[in-house]
Design a protein around this ligand. Structure first.
Ligand SMILES: NC(=O)c1ccc[n+]([C@@H]2O[C@H](COP(=O)([O-])OP(=O)(O)OC[C@H]3O[C@@H](n4cnc5c(N)ncnc54)[C@H](O)[C@@H]3O)[C@@H](O)[C@H]2O)c1
Ligand SMILES: O=C(O)C[C@H](O)C(=O)O
Length: 308
């Protein structure tokens, strides 16, 4: 198994670190355009092997795609992160060109790879990667819902004073401050609806906090987050390489599912060795359906901004 992570910045390096520690591949290639950075971070990571005991080999590359040849899974994190006060959507101008050229280069050397797109605005960047790659839809996965759901579970756990490990919950829709849909109605504490423990007001606040979870961290840190994004990306990669068939909300191509066509949006999917294998059709309430349709409108408007 060989995995490539494009972009050796905060999220890319953290993703690679999580993948390496869990020995999800024999080799992990980290690629960046900044001279020496990917090589340096790979060597730094490998120097933890003697301390942590893993056997995966990290390999750095300054824009040399030959080194990525024959990758089974490729994660794309290259691109600008937002600054405080910005939306993810404002990154489209710069990041579209980056994601487009990276996708083309990757496919030249790894035509069979499953692509996991992280760069923002993620749903639109995933749509763009799909358009450029021309590969079966099940091999293109956008990472957003895994992270947003982890934040949702964390906020629920903090409010309830319990471990996030006992909380189940999903965020679907777009990966944007106003397009996410935290499904409070379906969230549980070990199978028991969280509404048995929290008031409607508390749940509404948790949903609102989840939606601006990324913006909150960006304001605190000065750039966007990387620990949970890196862990969430590695979580998806693990479900692929270990063929775990986990149900994870991911941005995937919808062709009529959830009432939408020709769009990438977050919905629960089964993730296994072939990419996303199946879309889970949740029975949404009328209010949730309306939120999904509104979210799709916003994502579609972003997609329309992409150059032809
Ligand atoms: N989908 C999500 O949930 C999620 C979560 C966190 C961050 N993000 C997004 O991920 C992206 C990266 O965030 P970050 O914090 O790691 O940023 P960063 O600035 O730390 O790292 C980005 C890296 O991409 C590299 N890069 C730029 N152009 C490149 C190219 N053509 N080829 C290869 N590498 C190139 C840069 O040199 C830099 O090292 C941003 O767009 C951010 O908004 C998405
Ligand atoms: O908030 C951001 O801009 C980065 C990422 O999408 C996140 O949710 O952490």
């Amino acid at each position: 198994m060989k995995i490539t992570v494009v972009g050796a910045g905060a999220v890319g390096a953290t993703t690679a670190d999580n993948i390496i520690r869990r020995e999800l591949a024999e080799e992990v290639v980290l690629l960046d355009i900044k001279e020496g950075v990917a090589e340096g971070k790979s060597l730094d990571m490998y120097q933890t092997a003697a301390l942590l005991g893993f056997n995966t080999l990290p390999v750095g590359s300054t824009n040399d795609y030959e080194k990525t040849k024959g990758s089974d899974v490729v994660v794309i994190t290259s691109g600008l992160p937002r600054k405080p006060g910005m939306t993810r959507e404002e990154l489209i101008g710069v990041n579209a060109d980056i994601v487009k050229s990276v996708t083309q280069n990757i496919l030249k050397y790894s035509p069979k790879a499953i692509l996991v797109i992280v760069s923002n605005p993620m749903d639109t960047m995933t749509y763009l990667a799909f358009r450029e790659a021309g590969v079966p839809k099940k091999r293109i996965i956008g990472m957003g819902g895994a992270l947003d759901s982890a934040r949702f579970k964390t906020y629920l756990a903090l409010e309830m004073g319990v471990t996030p490990n006992d909380i189940n919950g999903m965020v679907i829709g777009g990966h944007g401050d106003t397009t996410m849909i935290p499904l409070t109605r379906l969230a549980t504490y070990n199978g028991i609806p969280v509404s048995r423990f929290l008031s409607e007001d508390k749940l509404a606040k948790i949903a609102a906090d989840t939606m601006v979870g990324g913006a909150t961290l960006t304001k605190l840190i000065g750039t966007s987050a990387w620990y949970a994004p890196g862990a969430a990306t590695a979580f998806i990669v693990e479900s692929i390489v270990r063929n775990q068939k986990r149900i994870v909300p991911c941005s995937v191509y919808l062709n009529g599912e959830y009432g939408q066509k020709d769009i990438f949006m977050g919905v629960p999917v089964v993730i296994g060795r072939n990419g996303w294998e199946k879309i889970i059709n949740l029975r949404l309430s009328e209010k949730e359906k309306a939120a999904f349709a509104k979210s799709a409108e916003a994502v579609r408007a972003m997609n329309a901004v992409l150059p032809a």
